[in-house]
Design a protein around this ligand. Structure first.
Ligand SMILES: [Zn+2]
Length: 97
């Protein structure tokens, strides 16, 4: 796996869907409580120096540092597909588009 500095996670306060088996942690920047899905935990374990950031702080960090998103794991892709299915079923989303 590529070197990962930050893992971006949804704030608990913003979550409309919780991936089964998720844990909670804290954003390394603002201290908000974030959800850590099983696939995010796997990335963390493979990259011991990485830190969790909430989506808001993660996007700000990318702008500031010029970082980039790297590919999703199959488990993350499955989580995203579940999220999209939920959206198609008319549920509200926490961070509109
Ligand atoms: Zn944050």
């Amino acid at each position: 796996m590529s070197n990962v500095d930050y893992i971006i996670s949804c704030r608990v306060a913003d979550a409309s869907y919780i991936v089964p088996g998720s844990l909670t942690g804290k954003c390394a920047n603002c201290g908000e409580v974030v959800l850590i899905s099983p696939s995010s935990l796997e990335i963390r374990q493979a990259n011991p120096g990485s830190q969790f950031l909430c989506i808001q702080c993660g996007l700000a960090q990318i702008e500031k540092m010029g970082g980039e998103f790297i590919g999703f794991t199959p488990a993350q892709a499955a989580e995203i597909e579940k999220y999209r299915r939920r959206r198609r079923n008319g549920r509200t989303i926490p961070w509109g588009d």
